[in-house]
Ligand binder design. Sequence first.
Ligand code: FAD
Length: 336
Amino acid sequence: MRILNNISLKNLNTFGLDVSAKYFVTVESEEDVLELLSSEIIRNEKWMVLGGGSNVLFRKDYNGLIIKNDIKGRTVEKNGGVKVGFSAGEDWDESVAFSVENNYWGIENLSWIPGKVGAAPIQNIGAYGVELKDVFHSVEFYNVENREKYTLGAEECQFGYRDSIFKNKLRGKIIITKVHLNLSEIPNPILEYNGIISAFESKKITEPTLTEIRNLIIEIRKSKLPDPYFLPNAGSFFKNPVIGQEQYIELLEEFPKIPAFVNDKNRYKIPAAWLIEQTGLKGFKKGKVGTHQNQPLVILNLGYKKGQRIIDFANYVTREVKNKFGIKLEKEVNIV
Ligand SMILES: Cc1cc2nc3c(=O)[nH]c(=O)nc-3n(C[C@H](O)[C@H](O)[C@H](O)COP(=O)(O)OP(=O)(O)OC[C@H]3O[C@@H](n4cnc5c(N)ncnc54)[C@H](O)[C@@H]3O)c2cc1C
């Protein structure tokens, strides 16, 4: 384990921000993590773990230690279902591909989400009607302060919509090393989400295979979302706001076309993309930052080296939406 100084993070964050880290270390095993935990640097400097950098926005240079998680490996246990453990440094989409190739159902709808496995529980990644929590078994991590290793089950992780205990009580306190998922060899296609059924209908596929589902999801995602390699971004910048019934009814009177999905707690999830579009900010640009022309939830960095101007732009979008609808957008991206 080698601590490096003054390392550029430009290729390590999907916003392409040209920031640097004062200190940088790569951990490739649990032994590396333990060595790091007993070192001086982690006691004396501020630190953060970096996975694929696809959900972070660096305001400026990072004046501390970046811990790049590169722990690789996976385990498979069959016990009726299939419990698959992925080490935190595994690429998420390669892990989905592995599951699909082995005929393990459960995470195919989460295909093509960038990033590493270790970050998946942090915001309970979700797409196309599936969230990580639906297949989650447990997570292993080290608490940096007491250097102890812990395992938490699904209940204890307090998963919510793009939320978990790791964004709250345990934020900035732990290093995740492995995630275990409950997958299944019994087919269980989840196709209800908008666009999936109709796409299969138009392809004349009635009982799609695991591979066909993965391929379709990838096809849809590629057609809708900008590739960060060409248009640097971090996916959805904002969460979809969830509001109460009273507020929804009031809004419905003024905006009869407002779309909403009722969630399990009888609250209304409003697509943030629609709200942004209604404020006239779809495809809007200001300096070297803008919203994507097809998906205004995605903010593009069109050339800034530091993140502050992107945050200012996001705050502008937030203000416009608040002024028009009285709804405060919450950021999904982690601002550092
Ligand atoms: C084009 C695009 C599309 C996307 N689509 C989706 C989508 O459909 N659904 C969705 O949910 N998300 C989506 N995202 C967001 C992002 O891909 C996910 O949030 C992903 O899980 C982030 O993984 P990462 O490894 O890049 O995390 P990073 O950005 O590196 O880190 C994110 C946060 O997790 C922490 N962290 C990372 N690894 C660890 C670890 N091992 N231990 C402790 N803390 C850790 C970091 O400190 C940081 O706070 C998208 C992003 C992009 C760019």
